[in-house]
Design a binder for this molecule. Structure first.
Ligand SMILES: [Zn+2]
Length: 310
């Protein structure tokens, strides 16, 4: 088992493995930092395990080779260094996919299958995706592909339609907080701030608590509160935020604006309900001289009133 919020997708996979209903290509998608790569590695280990179980046995020759980092039937495609400059590339290029395809057609040596893991899939450029497409359509009989993506909508539809999707959802706030408190020395309050700063991803929240970034998030959040209530002016706020890394700052500003928008929309819904209830009260008052069931009118009105969130 990896993380508790992955249990459902893991058992979904285990069921497919047990009943021999495995697709040649699996797409593991979901928000960033929710443990997708970890899950993909576990799945790859199970597919290569000589016991063919999930979780993998951990003791067979395949599991041991994987643990030591050298397994001839395992292929891991991610960013490579540029052969001339030595700089890491920012995309997965066609040469990598061509090499992968060639090795998928070789005979496997240890396991019953060959498994290729591609991460992050959305970093694959168009040439590379086109080269992969044919293999996705007609994969060699014993090859399995696992594609991992934060942003599956950026993948060509032709790629997506040829994969079975395993979608990873982050846990709800309550479960995320529980997991964070169990796995760190931080209290509920700190974990709550970190979870907010990490847009709900518990792994990102843990990382920013451990590296201290959460302190910066608090500074940003407090500065925005003070600006909104008029306690500080924009100039002072700018000075307070001067040391926050710009990319991080803008993503937090976006998160805060989205959270405020949610509150305002909820307020808007409340205003609408109240205006409808006022009209209903006026209508009911006018109906009093008629033979209408006054108890039902009142009951209905009170039920509607009770549903308005404080
Ligand atoms: Zn094994």
């Amino acid at each position: 088992m990896t993380y508790p919020w992955l249990e459902q997708v893991e058992s979904e996979f285990a069921e497919r493995l047990n009943s021999n209903r495995l697709p040649h290509a699996l797409l593991i998608s979901g928000p960033a930092e929710t443990g997708k790569l970890n899950l993909a590695i576990e799945i790859m280990t199970s597919l290569l395990c000589l016991q063919n179980t999930h979780p993998a046995c951990g003791t067979c020759r395949s599991c041991q080779l994987l643990a030591s980092g050298a397994h001839p039937d395992r292929h891991f495609i991610t960013f490579e260094e540029h052969p001339r400059t030595g700089d890491p590339r920012r995309e997965i290029v066609v040469e990598q996919i061509r090499r992968l395809i060639a090795s998928l057609y070789l005979t496997n040596t240890i396991s019953a299958r060959k498994v290729a893991l591609i991460h992050p899939m959305e970093a694959m450029n168009t040439h590379a995706a086109n080269a992969l497409l044919k293999t996705l359509e007609e994969p060699p009989g014993d090859a399995n592909l696992i594609l991992v993506s934060d942003d599956p909508l950026r993948l060509p539809a032709t790629i997506r339609s040829r994969c079975q999707n395993l979608h990873v959802r982050p846990p709800d706030r309550e479960n995320a907080l529980m997991w964070l408190c169990d796995n760190s020395d931080f209290d509920q309050h700190e974990a709550g701030d970190a979870l907010e700063a990490a847009a709900g991803s518990p792994l990102a929240a843990l990382r920013i608590m451990e590296d201290g970034t959460v302190i910066q998030y608090r500074l940003v959040s407090e500065t925005l509160d003070h600006l909104m209530s008029g306690r500080v002016a924009a100039g002072a706020a700018m000075a307070a935020l001067a040391d926050v890394e710009p990319l991080q700052l803008w993503s937090w500003l976006s998160l805060r604006a989205a959270a405020e928008l949610k509150t305002v929309l909820a307020e808007g819904n409340k205003a609408k309900s109240l205006s409808l209830l006022q009209a209903a009260a006026d209508r009911s008052r006018k109906l009093l001289p008629t033979p209408v069931r006054k108890d039902l009118l009142l009951q209905d009105w009170l039920i509607q009133w009770s549903r308005i969130k404080a």
